[in-house]
Design a protein around this ligand. Structure first.
Ligand SMILES: Nc1nc2c(ncn2[C@@H]2O[C@H](COP(=O)(O)OP(=O)(O)O)[C@@H](O)[C@H]2O)c(=O)[nH]1
Ligand SMILES: [Mg+2]
Length: 251
């Protein structure tokens, strides 16, 4: 079993991408299982094969600890790690080629609490990758692009796993797509765009971005749309290349 974690800001399209990848992998004759790791998830666009909500009930957490919805979500995020054996057992009994793990809407509940890094580190499987979704609607200006790239770097530091940068909801970007992709690969182009946009912030942004672009955090940013299905061939090729690379490195 290989694990694919979906991360990104709230609304970046993680759950939708999960629902899009499931039939995609199945069509390629791979067995695939979906895992919902969000105890507060409502109206998921797919039927999870493994669901944290079966092991952790948000309304019980609210009642038992006398918490409001936000406090309960934070505590539930921490309690997810205690349910790791249940998640592992459920996945092992399915034993799929791929497990796609959809993380909580709010990335901080997963990546900046202890549960997320714990689960990524301790899930027993033959390879792991983390997709980080750059939401098209959030990266359409150069400084916003730098801030989301910083978040991607920060998530990589927290989860300590190989990351694939995905430009999600690509269809919402329209003619801006080419510009955004040019920032991902060329620090000169991004620096120039920032100098035109950001005035006082120029120095901070340009220093940050030089290192970011050099670190490759957004390099090969893959534009994908769950709505039009564009980019799925490239994304699945990158996922299997990275998961196989992990295997080669272990040998
Ligand atoms: N146009 C468009 N909308 C999308 C796409 N992917 C997701 N959405 C919409 O964006 C919103 C947030 O998606 P969701 O998957 O729930 O985001 P999550 O919070 O990261 O799980 C929903 O209304 C989705 O229907 C996409 O590729 N294109
Ligand atoms: Mg979601």
């Amino acid at each position: 079993m290989r694990a694919i974690f979906l991360t990104g800001t709230a609304g970046s399209g993680k759950s939708m991408l999960c629902s899009t990848l499931l039939p995609w992998f199945a069509d390629k004759s791979a067995t695939v299982a979906s895992v919902n790791l969000d105890p507060g998830a409502q109206n998921l666009p797919y039927e999870p094969d493994v669901d944290i909500r079966d092991f952790l009930d948000l309304s019980t957490v609210m009642q038992n600890y006398q918490l409001g919805p936000n406090g309960a979500l934070v505590l539930a995020a921490d309690l997810v790690a205690t349910r790791m054996p249940d998640i592992q057992e459920a996945l092992d009994s399915i034993n799929p080629d791929y497990a796609i793990l959809d993380t909580p809407g709010q990335i901080e509940l997963f990546a900046y609490r202890s549960s997320g890094p714990y689960i990524v580190e301790n899930l027993q499987c033959d390879g792991k990758t983390v997709l980080f979704l750059f939401d098209s609607t959030l990266v359409s200006t150069p400084t916003n692009f730098v801030s989301i790239a910083l978040l991607a770097a920060s998530i990589q530091l927290r989860l300590k796993a190989p990351q694939i940068p995905v430009l999600s909801r690509k269809d919402l970007l329209g003619p801006n797509l080419k510009r955004v992709l040019s920032w991902a690969t060329s620090s000169t182009k991004l620096e120039q765009a920032i100098s035109e946009e950001s005035g006082d912030l120029y120095e901070l942004s340009s220093k940050l971005l030089r290192d970011l672009v050099r670190s490759g955090i957004a390099y090969d940013l893959l534009p994908v749309s769950s709505t039009t299905k564009e980019g799925l061939i490239e994304l699945s090729a990158t996922i299997s290349r990275q998961l196989n690379q992990g295997e080669e490195n272990e040998d």
